[in-house]
Design a protein around this ligand. Structure first.
Ligand code: AHR
Length: 500
């Protein structure tokens, strides 16, 4: 019997809704086909955006959407994507498959998508190959109200009113595809570029995101903060509001990656072991951030995370299209529990990517759309958004088939929402064992419990022929006890309980 102890009176930190954020890049079939089909498409759409996709994302309360990349961002010249579509420049998407990018989805379309989704905006600027002027004018185009060349151009293109930019990324992966810079060089560039990311609207500050480390490159974090974190500024958060971190799970390493659907028990545990590494990464980068920013004013923004497998056989290798199984559901459940537990520092995260790319929540094929196992985990975890993380811990034992890749059998996190409802999310990483959980709620009586579960065998996935194989189901196997509650969590599952 594993004891889960919850002290709801000990509130730890707010779980910012942006932790449940998404990422959409001009990559493969994410934007085109997956989201944007154009006004004339036979697929049901509103102003070119697929209705099925928009509705599905609203159901999981999508809080924020990052765009236009990724590596694409540092080659994106925003002026190519405005004005009459027939005049827009056709360019080669050099990073992703060498296909033609016709720029029919640009700034206006992105803000229209976010309007339909009702989500915040996170625009990633081009520091790698763009000029300071270009970045500065984009911000002016998007946010300035009044008389200015860019505001006039925006009005000429059909949008009088400015939009709201909530987050702005000053470059992406500038240690790699965004210019192969060393930390010192990037940090000085960041200082310069961010100066011209102006706040034209005094009521709405743009949160500036500085490019952070690749995985465990702690030197990058230290060097960038050394140059960019300015102790002498009374409000350094005006200078830098967030520092990003990117981490992908490749079971067989970056070169080989490994199949999304064909794996054995050993690879299952290896993958989950690698997902759990996120905890160490956040802790170690956060320790460095604490040295500069002990008040935790700068957010850690994990703006790319998820599984990255070998592409589905027969698909364009540059399109990063992969299937999604129960293994992805577990990676999502484990990682989101980790983010919740680090919500004092992690204040945004963006799953890569939203539709048809990497660990997507949705896949499309022509007019068909399906929800992946990862989608259903986001659907269960959405109740943590804007809740307060509360103190909790669970007894665990080490499992796995190889000493090299041990994992705990269970992970959890617990929050309380504005109505006082406790939300408990638990993952069972074992392929065989069900575990009995004895939930102890300190100083709190339980009136009622409702539950939901995503459970299946490890290879289970949704296909266009069988789109409902993995789905969220009711979990009503919970008993209320005098100490709290008791239940058995099945092998290979993710559970959400709402406790009043
Ligand atoms: O998400 C795919 C790619 O992964 C992004 O474009 C890049 O930032 C990262 O390397």
């Amino acid at each position: 019997m594993a004891r889960l102890v919850i002290n709801a009176n000990k509130k730890v930190s707010k779980i910012h809704k942006e932790i449940y954020g998404h990422f959409s890049e001009h990559l493969g079939r994410c934007i085109y086909e997956g989201i944007y089909v154009g006004e004339d498409s036979p697929i049901e759409n509103v102003n070119g955006m697929r209705t099925d996709v928009v509705e599905a994302l609203k159901e999981i309360w999508i809080p924020v959407l990052r765009w236009p990349g990724g590596c694409f961002a540092d080659e994106y010249h925003w002026m190519d994507g405005i004005g009459p579509k027939e005049n827009r420049k056709k360019i080669i998407n050099t990073h992703w498959g060498g296909v033609v990018e016709d720029n029919s989805f640009g700034t206006h379309e992105y803000f229209e998508l976010c309007r339909q989704l009702g989500c915040e905006t996170y625009v990633n600027g081009n520091l790698g190959s763009g000029t300071v002027q270009e970045m500065s004018e984009w911000v002016e185009y998007m946010t300035f109200q009044g008389v200015s060349p860019m505001a006039e151009l925006r009005a000429k293109n059909g949008h009088d009113d400015p939009w709201k930019v909530d987050f702005f990324g000053v470059g992406n992966e500038n240690w790699g595809c965004g210019g192969n810079m060393n930390p010192d060089f990037y940090a000085n560039e960041y200082r310069r570029y961010q100066t011209y990311v102006r706040d034209y609207n005094s009521d709405h500050k743009i949160q500036k995101i500085c490019c952070g480390a690749n995985v465990d490159d702690y030197e990058w974090t230290r060097e960038v903060l050394k140059t960019c974190f300015n102790h002498s500024l009374p409000q350094h958060h005006g200078f830098m509001d967030g520092l990003s971190l990117h981490y992908y799970v490749h079971p067989e390493g970056w070169e080989i990656k490994g199949s999304a659907t064909d794996f054995d028990d050993k690879v299952w545990y290896k993958t989950l072991n690698k997902a759990l590494f996120m905890d160490e990464l956040i802790s170690r980068h956060a320790t460095i951030m604490d040295e500069y920013d002990p008040k935790k004013e700068i957010a850690m923004i994990v703006d790319e995370w998820g599984t990255w497998f070998t592409v589905e056989p027969g698909t364009n290798p540059g399109f990063l299209y992969q299937q999604n199984t129960m293994r992805d559901a577990l990676v999502a459940g484990i990682t989101l529990n980790i983010f919740n537990k680090h919500s004092d520092r992690v204040r945004m995260a963006n799953l890569a990517q939203m539709v048809n790319v990497l660990q997507a929540v949705l896949l499309t094929e022509g007019e068909k759309m399906l929800k992946t196992p990862t989608y259903h985990v986001f659907d269960m975890y959405k109740y943590h958004q804007e809740g307060m993380l509360v103190d909790s811990c669970i007894d665990t034992e080490t499992i796995g088939v190889e000493e090299e890749y041990p994992v705990p059998n269970l992970t959890e996190s617990v929050s309380v929402d504005k109505d006082g409802v406790l939300h408990i999310t638990i993952t069972n990483l074992s392929l065989e064992e069900n575990y009995e959980i004895d939930g102890v709620l300190l100083d709190q009586d339980v009136e009622s419990v409702t539950g939901e579960i995503v459970v299946n065998e490890m290879h289970a996935m949704n296909t266009f022929e069988a789109p409902e194989t993995v789905r969220k189901e009711v979990f009503d196997q919970v008993t209320i006890t005098d100490k709290g509650l008791k239940f058995t969590i099945p092998a290979c599952s993710v559970v959400h309980l709402a406790v009043k």
